[in-house]
Write a protein that binds this ligand. Structure first.
Ligand SMILES: [Mg+2]
Length: 232
């Protein structure tokens, strides 16, 4: 059985700035400022890191930030519930048929490795018309400060859930940024890069993913890659 760990933003869905809007509103609510959020490059970074970077830049001590993280998560979820359903969220090309094809297979376990916190990830998927319940586990932007730590967390959760080991040899990370490729490497997993987000195929190729796709539109070809039994 393969553990397939999907990134959300730019890979499964396009959120057209709704995530940034949600985070900005939450930080202003809790701390009165979202720091330099307008110019901050979020691509590939995880929420705990983004929150810490923005508030630190606004002069707030890291001990204060950590103390209030649960409050920030709580307000992010509230804001997301209001903002996401009215935002222009959509599944990326090919995602829906691919997930339909994976649904019910006994040789694939679907999970998430995403920078979103665990409370907003399912809201984002649902707002884009993707059933979050088909992802049986995840590692989130609220679980660590670096994306590179997330695949190992997801593998452990998969092992706990299924009662069998998961490691890099039977795990695939699918993402749209160099950071996704690097985190796959950190977990010794197969890296599948898809150029459906902010980064071109040419940029992603420099990070030498195991597979590089323009998008997920070719369901049969993508299934072959994701479930490749020879790739260890
Ligand atoms: Mg992404």
């Amino acid at each position: 059985m393969k553990l397939l760990l999907f990134d959300i933003d730019g890979t499964l869905i396009r959120s057209h700035g709704a995530g940034r809007e949600t985070l900005a509103a939450a930080l202003v609510d809790v701390f009165g400022t979202a720091g330099p959020i307008a110019d901050y490059k979020m691509s590939g970074k995880i929420d705990n890191r983004i929150i810490t970077d923005l508030l630190t830049a606004a002069g707030i001590a890291s001990v204060e930030i950590e103390k209030k993280l649960p409050d920030i998560y709580h307000v992010m979820i509230e804001k997301a519930q209001a903002i996401f359903p009215t935002s222009d969220m959509a599944a990326c090309p090919g995602v829906e048929p691919l997930l339909d094809a994976l649904n019910g297979r006994d040789d694939a376990l679907l999970g998430l490795v995403t920078g979103n916190i665990n409370g907003t990830a399912p809201l984002k998927l649902a707002a884009a018309g993707i059933d979050p319940d088909q992802f049986k586990l995840g590692a989130y932007g609220s679980d660590a400060w670096e994306r590179n730590h997330l695949p190992a967390i997801a593998m452990q959760r998969a092992a706990d859930l299924m009662g069998r080991p998961f490691n890099g040899a039977n795990t695939v990370v699918i993402g749209d940024t160099p950071a996704d490729i690097l985190c796959a490497r950190a977990g010794k997993a197969t890296a599948v890069a898809v150029a459906s987000g902010w980064h071109s195929a040419k940029t992603l190729a420099r990070y030498q993913p195991d597979y590089l796709l323009e998008n997920l539109k070719d369901t049969q070809e993508t299934l072959k890659i994701l479930l490749d039994k020879n790739k260890t």
